[in-house]
Every structure is written in C-alpha cells, then in structure tokens.
Design a protein around this ligand. Structure first.
Ligand SMILES: *Cc1c(COP(=O)(O)O)cnc(C)c1O
Length: 485
C-alpha cells in the first residue's frame, strides 16, 4: 500500500462518557464553594444533575478520539459527486469568527448593523454579477430551500399575470430535490428523458411545453456532470409559451467566470454557498441557497430586501408582490461572510480558475479511469464524471463493493447509485482543490481495486477491512437503526 493514504494506525475504542464515569473525578479545578446552600437553592435548583464524573484528561481523550473516527476533506480526498466537497480556505472561517461579526445580533437594529448589512448588500451584487442576473436574495437556508423560494417566485409571477399554471417540466438528469420543490408549490412534475448524449433535446421540451406549464427546472451542469448545450434554445421554447426557466445552480463551481446563466435564458437560479462559496458542505451545519432573478421577477423576491441609501443600508419590507419571508431575520449570516470573504480573496480571475481546475480535474479522472470502469456517456464532462460497474459485473463485483474497498485505500468513496439514469452509478467529483498527486493516488486505488475484482473477488465482497467497523448489513442498519452507539 505504498504511496496510498492508508487508514491503519492507532484508532481507539471509546465507550460512552457514562461508562467512563468514576465517583469523585472532576475536570474542573476551581475551588469548591464554601458557602452553605440556601433553602431557596435546594427548593428551586434541586440536586445536581446526574452527569458523568470525569477527569479533564478523560474528557479531552473522549472528544479527541471521537474526532479521529471522523473523515473530512481536511483528512483526505472526498470525491462525492453532486456534493462539491472541496477544501475551503481557513481564512474565510477566520473572517466569519471576527468579533464584530460573531457578536452581531439581528435584534440590535439597522443602525448598529451597518457593517453586516453592507456585506450582505455587496454579496448580493457580487453574486448577481457572477450569475448574470439583476437581483439576489440571500435568505434561503439551503439549496433545496432556494429551489422552493425560486418556485414560489415563479408561482407568484403566474398569479400576478392572472392565470396560474399546473405543471413543471423536469428532466431525468435534474437533482432529486427539484421535483420535491415543484410539488411543494403545488405543481405537477412532468418528467422528460434526456437524449442519447445525456443532455436535454429541444424537441423533447417542445413536445410537452404548453400554456398549462409554468416552466422548466434545469440542473446545469446536470447530474451526469454534463453541460446542457441546448439550454438557450430550450429557454426560447419555454418562454414562447409564457413559461419560465428555473436553473439549479448548485454546480456553479463548474462554470463560474465562464458562463452566466442569466445570459443564456435562465430566469431564476439558486446557488449553494455551502458548495461553491467556501462553506463546507455536509455535516448538517447551516447552509445558504441564495436565489438570483431577472429584473422582471425582482418584485417577487422574499423580504426583507436590502437597500442602499447613499452610505447607509436598510432592510425593506414594503414590497407588495413579495412571496413573503422564508427565514427568520435574513438567513444564515455566517455562511454569507465566508462567501463574501472567498469572493474577495479569489477575485474574478481566481473564481474562473476554480471552474477551470474543477473541470480539468474531472476530465483527468474520466480519461484516466475510462478503461477501468465503464463510462456510459463518453464525452467531455464538467466538474464530475459518472462511471458504472458494468466492467466488473462478470466477476460479480458491484459499485458498492468497489466503494467499500476504497475505504481501505484511504479514500472517502464517491457518490454511488446516483444519478438514477445510470445503473450502478459511481460518480466522482474531484473538485478544484485536489492536486494531481492526490488525484493520481485515487486513480491508482480504483485501478488496483478493479484488478482485485478479477483476482480476488471474494475478498472484495467483504471489504472494508481496515476501518473501525467493517461491512455493515445495510438492510438491517436501515430497518433497525442502533442509535445508541
Ligand atoms: C446539493 C444540490 C442541491 C440541494 O442543495 P441542499 O443545500 O443540499 O438542499 C440541489 N441541486 C443540486 C444539483 C445539488 O447538487
């Protein structure tokens, strides 16, 4: 296993804190109180809660050990397709932790929040420039929340025109959250298939687009990692029948600085700040899914909006056509600070480089592995590429077996069995932040595992071996989850 990250080493077992508890141990070194407990205390505070009794070292080891069971992009490559698990420079975290920002409170009022408001105002402007739109709302808290906000805007637009519509066109290469968001707005999803090249054909859209259809939701680049070349023509077809085009821009790190969705026919777009703009994705932390819209749709944006008046910034709620408020205050401010800091520290050229490297890296993986794993859509990709296990099937080895074995080689597995359009999908998104050396290690690992599929399939079927827990019974794990560790 030379030249591979590897996963062996000292990985400790760790019981629950209650099991480590030992009468009389204490991690706090302040003196015990020498004041008698008062009657009131006894009545209202009661006895001390039944917490484990631990020394300082017990506590430090406990949390350090748990943290070592974790895997993150700071530990190694995390090539989850459709997730953009890239490395985010620490400087952005430092900016977000600055006292003036971290100590800000939304109830302190506009007068005492000018810096925060200014940052949000300019972040909206930057995002509008990057995407090619006229206005942005930072309020939605996640990508899917942005989709909901965007669909509400489309809904409000049709309502204002005097006639609501009932359907939305959604291609099979859209992200799974798209039909969910459309359904939440009361629209019926009309699924259409992408063409042979893995992208949408204008004819397929023309065949279903009618005046009952509110619009189309297009993920671009789509979940096959392919650019929707016909987007402009498709937008023309949808607009001609009075519909609108929703763009899912979660994959913006493939096209930043290269293509502006607002210039190729998209009317509403959401971004994932927690993918493209420097907040780590995953782990359940706060996210941010701003939406960008054309001038025509600006009146429908969520409130409050931020306006600039000479040198002051204010929150405006007097917007008669707004879809309303979608979050308390103004969304997840900490994520916005990181995005703002990232955009300024990268600059225009840096952001373009991000996309260029993301695309280069994915194409490098694609070309390097296409003789090892089957590549259903063999053409230039954007930020991710999708293989499947067809070459390994004769040895009865599946995508799942390959993914599990990657853990032994020290890699977080890529996304598996998604997108659904590819049977047994193995979807790799290396991201722009991995160097050639790391990507080469990953490529070598997949090649070595594919060799093992031929030479030792029985071993592969039981992988992983070096991880803390080995192959799980996934069905039982899902049906009877053991949540107590
Ligand atoms: C991640 C993603 C989403 C959903 O974003 P969340 O923040 O997880 O809700 C939507 N569309 C695409 C293409 C994505 O990759």
């Amino acid at each position: 296993m030379s030249n591979r990250p590897g996963t062996s080493g000292l990985i400790f077992k760790e019981p629950q804190l209650w099991d480590k508890s030992s009468e009389g141990r204490c991690a706090v070194s302040i003196p015990r109180t020498d004041v008698e407990r008062s009657e009131l205390d006894k009545k209202y505070v009661g006895d001390a809660p039944d917490l484990p009794q631990l020394s300082e070292l017990d506590v430090v080891r406990h949390y350090t050990r748990l943290s070592q069971w974790n895997f993150g992009v700071d530990s190694g490559m995390y090539p989850l397709g459709s997730c953009t698990m890239k490395y985010n420079p620490k400087t952005n975290e430092v900016q977000a932790a600055r006292q003036g920002f971290a100590g800000a409170h939304p109830l302190s009022g506009e007068e005492f929040s000018q810096g925060a408001l200014k940052l949000m105002y300019y972040l909206e402007k930057y995002l509008a420039t990057i995407t090619g739109f006229d206005a942005v709302s930072l309020q939605p808290a996640a990508g899917a929340h942005g989709e909901l906000a965007g669909m509400l805007v489309i809904h409000a637009y049709h309502a204002k025109k005097g006639k609501q519509r009932s359907k939305i066109i959604i291609p099979d290469t859209a992200h799974g959250t798209n039909p969910a968001s459309a359904t939440l707005c009361g629209y019926q999803s009309i699924n259409i298939k992408s063409g042979e090249k893995g992208i949408l054909e204008p004819e397929a859209v023309a065949a279903v687009m009618d005046e009952e259809t509110a619009g189309i939701m297009i993920t671009n680049p789509n979940t096959l990692g392919l650019f929707e070349d016909n987007l402009k023509e498709i937008a023309g077809i949808v607009h001609e029948k009075g519909g609108l085009v929703y763009g899912d821009g979660a994959n913006m790190n493939a096209i930043m600085g290269v293509v502006k969705p607002g210039e190729i026919g998209v009317d509403v777009l959401h971004l994932n700040l927690h993918k493209t703009f420097a907040t780590p994705h995953g782990g359940g932390g706060p996210g941010s899914g701003p939406i960008a819209v054309t001038k025509e749709l600006e009146p429908f944006l969520p409130i409050p909006r931020i306006e600039q008046e000479i040198d002051t910034y204010k929150l405006v709620t007097d917007c008669p056509d707004t879809v309303g408020r979608l979050h308390t205050f103004y969304g997840h401010f900490g994520v916005m600070i990181k995005a703002y800091s990232y955009i300024l520290s990268m600059g225009a050229k840096g952001l373009k480089d991000v996309s260029t490297y993301a695309v280069l890296n994915a194409n490098y993986v694609k070309e390097s592995l296409k003789d090892t794993m089957n590549l259903p859509y063999d053409q230039p990709c954007m930020h991710e590429c999708v293989f499947n296990d067809e070459n390994q099937r004769e040895f009865h080895i599946t995508t799942m077996d390959m993914a599990k074995r990657l853990l032994d080689y020290g890699f977080h597995p890529p996304t598996v069995y998604f997108p659904l359009v590819v049977d047994g999908a193995f979807m790799v998104e290396p991201t722009e932040t991995e160097s050639k050396e790391y990507i080469d290690q990953f490529i070598d690992a997949v090649k070595a595992i594919s060799k093992e599929a031929e030479t030792d399939p029985d071993k592969l079927k039981k992988a992983p071996y070096l991880t803390k827990v080995t192959r799980l019974d996934e069905v039982t794990a899902a049906r009877k989850p053991c949540l107590r560790g």
